[in-house]
Design a protein around this ligand. Structure first.
Ligand code: ATP
Length: 933
């Protein structure tokens, strides 16, 4: 035993141990490569100790599933060609018997009618129409024949294009296209390989038709989705895969740049683009075909399309549809096997020739963008081909020139599998487009792809999707039971329906009662599709409605602001005209002001006549009686006052119009109906009038449309006014002034009581009375001034004196002078009133005549006046209004003024009318001279 233990125990350690830190490295010969292979037995003998042998035989006996070595299978780029049916097919079907009485008939229709009548011509034409520029040789090649005209010119000859993966003839179905082209891609996709498919071709050649199709004839996207769900159901035993759908478009923003829009997003569908990365793209998980189809319908509605000459619904953007398959809840091994894969289908906007599309403006800009993208796409493929031919040359980075090519970079660099479908139109007129496309694209067939792919390529997910998470719903007990009830109800309903249609329904198979029967029942599926589609449509319409409302609101606000601006401009114009009127020469004076001055002049004459009558009375009271008798029955009509009434009468309509705006009292107050157009000319005038009316509402006689009205007004006034005016009226009657009065009377009634009494006692008009009549004239002039908006400059003067309102001091003195002059002139020219004039002159001189020596000036020319007078008359700085007024008066046709009253009075001359008119003329002359104009 002890011997045995000794043999097993390790040998005793030596006392010293040498350790080499860096032992010499010797290349150890591998047992298999070495020529002299030492025998295993000798090695074993070399081992001093018994080491258990390595179970190599056992290990080698275990069969390990050997993974296939990854082989790069170079594969040519698959290019398919689809020929669009000729238009003549549709033409034949549409050339129906034209209904009668259709108007107008255009020449082309006439030709059709001729063709209908003559079938031989029709045949020829149809034959010509049916002639195609492209003919199918075999499923892989076509012959392109130029039209006769080009052949004659020897500009082009017949060409054969071959090497296509498949050529789809005009009568092929969408399913044919899917089977030959998409099926292989889809199989790879289901295995976890990404792939891309793009449709290229001129506008209107059928790209969108191929990619999306229609409800009746679905294209490759709907068919692919159907197949995806079909396959995933079939392989239900395999791994569960989730599919997500995202659709976006790239279009130009008014030619300024490219923009990406999410076609499944909400309102803010614009996507941010950073280099080749598109952020914020909404990825919607799709669980069944119905959901997928409704999403596609939604995207199609949102896609930018427009009508061009080539296509009634031409795509104006590049549309990209991504179906992403992702794995969920797998072991790492499985996940590696079925990695995320993306199937991308691209519907490019068709290249357009300006001549054919007839695009202009915005459409033309879009065209440029579309053509540019197509061009860059082609450049990328050509440079890839060149690169593959000569790898020494680097791959040119054309992809940077457009957003689409940046996004599809991996495909365009030959790193992923891709297929192209060229769509062409077969008509003779489409020869150039077709020839161009085929010449461009046929070399692409030589492009090779490495059909290997890393399971997780970072670039694969260049879109950072906004994955839609299903909302978490808390299901409380009662709700759950309710859902279960609904669920059972729905299930029984569907099973009943299916049963009725003679189909077997097994509601136990699937958990979703809604999906399972639907997959079998076509009608139900269509119903769901239509329902979802209508929902989408409804949402889109709602959005449009909201936009429309917003636009309407904006229009309203714009209209308001426009109105405000117009008002402002009107006010500014008025201000401008009012500013101009006193400053500028007569052509700038508003018409209304001119009219106002004319009327003022007439009233001025009336007032002057009144003054003279008063003076007559002063001379001899018998004359007064005489005058009354002479006047007789005609007095009321012939006297100057009724004339004024008539004036009022004539213009009352206009006045009333104005008075409606400015207030009845105001317009009635206005003794001179001279503001016809003022309202139209100036808002400020109305303002000033309103101010004036507000201050003096009681003294304003009401305007009348006719004489009766005027009389009524008078009565009304007399009844309204207290005893004072009545007395004054009586006094006037006594002095021979006719009783039919209007505002003149009203003005007279404004005399102070003592003056009225004085009139009764003494018929001689006092200087005050004369001044009152002058005041009346002043008031007439001041009214004119008020209307001409000059009064706005002197607003305080209104409040100073009742009858001298709105007149500046200088103007008042001017008018006073005018009256003085009038009196003096009458004294000279009319001997019959000489006494009165002298009296008045004396009085006037005593009051205010110190300033101006009018008679002396009147007799002599203006130039000599200054020389004669040792004491120079004071030159007063007259207000612009006064200057204007005098200028106006100066320019008036005096003769006309004289003639006018004659006409209106039936040619009858009154005792006062003739001298008054002359006096007025002289007065005006004097005024002109006095003002040195
Ligand atoms: N193979 C086909 N069979 C029947 N109709 C077709 C076919 N191809 C195209 N069409 C019809 O031609 C019209 C134009 O087609 P489509 O809109 O697909 O052209 P497109 O190439 O997408 O044009 P664009 O680039 O301007 O958008 C459509 O009305 C479509 O239905």
């Amino acid at each position: 035993m002890e011997d045995k233990q000794k043999s097993l125990s390790p040998p005793p350690c030596p006392s010293t141990v040498t350790v080499r830190r860096n032992p010499l490295r010797r290349a150890r010969a591998t047992p298999y490569t070495t020529a002299t292979k030492p025998p295993f037995s000798s090695l074993a003998s070399a081992i001093t100790h018994d080491v258990p042998t390595f179970p190599i035989d056992e290990i080698l006996s275990i069969q390990i599933p050997q993974s296939e070595p990854k082989q790069s299978i170079p594969e040519s780029l698959k290019i398919f060609l689809r020929i669009k049916p000729l238009r003549s097919f549709t033409k034949v079907t549409t050339t129906k018997a034209r209904p009668r009485n259709v108007w107008p008939q255009n020449p082309s229709k006439k030709n059709i009618a001729k063709e209908n009548r003559n079938p031989e011509i029709t045949k020829k034409v149809k034959k010509k129409d049916e002639e195609a520029c492209i003919t199918l040789n075999d499923p892989y090649s076509v012959t392109l024949t130029p039209p006769q005209s080009l052949q004659e010119l020897k500009r082009s000859k017949t060409e054969v294009y071959e090497g296509f993966s498949h050529v789809f003839p005009a009568d092929c179905s969408q399913n044919d296209v899917y089977d030959k082209m998409v099926q292989p891609l889809l199989e790879d996709f289901m295995k976890g390989k990404s792939g891309m498919l793009a449709a290229l071709g001129p506008s209107g050649s059928g790209k969108t038709h191929t990619v999306f199709g229609s409800l009746k004839d679905p294209g490759i996207v709907p068919i692919t989705l159907r197949q995806i769900f079909k396959k995933s159901h079939e392989s239900s035993s395999g791994p569960l895969r989730l599919f997500n759908l995202s659709i976006f478009e790239i279009c130009s923003e008014r030619g300024k740049g490219e923009k990406a829009y999410d076609l499944l997003g909400g309102e803010s569908s614009e996507l941010s683009v950073q280099q080749s990365t598109i952020r914020g793209l909404k990825e919607v998980p799709i669980q069944n075909l119905e959901e997928a189809e409704s999403l596609i319908g939604q995207a199609m509605l949102k896609r930018a399309t427009a009508t061009t000459n080539s296509n009634s619904q031409s795509s104006r953007s590049q549309c990209i549809i991504n179906v992403r398959a992702s794995c969920n809840g797998f072991s790492n091994e499985t996940k590696m096997q079925y990695s995320d894969a993306m199937l991308t289908i691209v519907d490019l906007a068709g290249a357009e020739r300006e001549k054919r599309t007839g695009n202009q403006g915005e459409r033309l800009v879009e065209s440029n963008f579309i053509n540019n993208t197509s061009m860059v796409f082609g450049q990328c493929l050509r440079s890839l081909l060149e690169y593959q031919k000569n790898r020494k040359k680097g791959l040119q980075k054309h992809h940077q020139n457009s957003l689409l090519t940046r996004y599809l970079r991996d495909y365009l660099e030959g790193k992923k599998r891709m297929a192209l479908i060229l769509t062409v139109k077969a008509g003779e007129e489409d020869y150039l487009d077709t020839s161009y496309l085929l010449r461009q694209a046929s070399p692409y067939m030589k492009i090779k792809f490495d059909n290997t792919e890393e399971p997780c390529n970072k670039r694969q997910l260049k879109t950072f999707p906004r994955a839609e998470k299903n909302k978490k719903i808390k299901l409380s007990a009662p709700k759950t039971s309710q859902i279960e009830e609904n669920f059972l109800e729905e299930r029984s309903q569907i099973s009943q329906e299916v049963h009725l249609q003679g189909k077997k329904a097994d509601p136990r198979d699937r958990s979703s009662p809604r999906l399972e029967p639907v997959s079998h029942d076509k009608n139900e599926r269509e119903h769901i599709i239509m329902r979802n589609f209508s929902k989408v449509l409804w949402n889109v319409l709602k959005q449009y409605n909201e936009k429309l409302k917003v636009a309407e609101g904006e229009i309203c606000t714009l209209k308001d602001s426009l109105r405000r601006e117009q008002l402002k401009s009107l006010v500014l114009e008025t201000e401008l005209s009012s500013l101009k009127s006193p400053c500028l020469a007569e052509p700038c004076i508003p018409e209304a002001v001119v009219e106002a001055i004319v009327h003022a002049k007439e009233n001025f004459e009336v007032a002057a006549s009144m003054t003279i009558v008063l003076r007559n009375v002063d001379d001899d009271s018998c004359n007064l009686i005489k005058g009354r008798k002479e006047a007789g029955a005609e007095e009321s009509s012939e006297s100057p006052v009724p004339y004024v009434v008539r004036n009022v009468d004539d213009d009352s309509c206009n006045l009333i119009k104005e008075s409606r705006e400015a207030g009845a009292e105001e317009s009635s107050k206005s003794p001179v109906p001279n503001m016809r157009n003022v309202d139209f000319d100036s808002c400020n005038l109305i303002k000033s009038r309103r101010e004036a009316s507000a201050e003096e509402p009681s003294e304003s006689p009401v305007p009348s449309k006719n004489v009766k009205d005027a009389e009524l007004v008078r009565c009304h006034l007399s009844s309204q006014n207290d005893a004072e005016p009545r007395q004054s009226v009586n006094s006037e009657e006594n002095v021979g002034i006719p009783s039919a009065t209007t505002h003149v009377e009203a003005e007279v009634t404004d005399f102070p009581r003592d003056q009225a009494i004085q009139n009764q006692d003494d018929p001689t008009p006092s200087p005050e009375q004369v001044e009152v009549s002058q005041d009346f004239i002043n008031s007439q002039i001041s009214n004119v001034q008020t209307k001409s908006a000059v009064s706005r400059r002197f607003p305080d003067s209104e409040k100073q004196e009742r009858n001298r309102r709105l007149l500046p001091v200088s103007s008042r003195s001017l008018t006073e002078k005018m009256n003085d002059l009038d009196i003096k002139e009458n004294q000279i020219e009319k001997p019959q009133v000489k006494t009165a004039k002298t009296h008045v002159q004396k009085k006037a001189e005593s009051i205010q005549g110190q300033e101006i020596e009018v008679p002396a000036r009147e007799a002599e020319p203006a130039s000599t006046k200054k020389q004669r007078n040792g004491q120079k008359p004071k030159r007063r700085l007259q207000p612009a209004s006064s200057v204007l007024l005098t200028r106006e008066i100066n320019t008036l046709e005096i003769e006309d003024d004289i003639a006018e009253p004659k006409g209106t009075r039936g040619g009858k001359k009154t005792t006062v009318s003739q001298p008054r008119s002359q006096g007025s003329v002289t007065l005006l002359r004097l005024l002109t001279n006095n003002l040195h104009l």
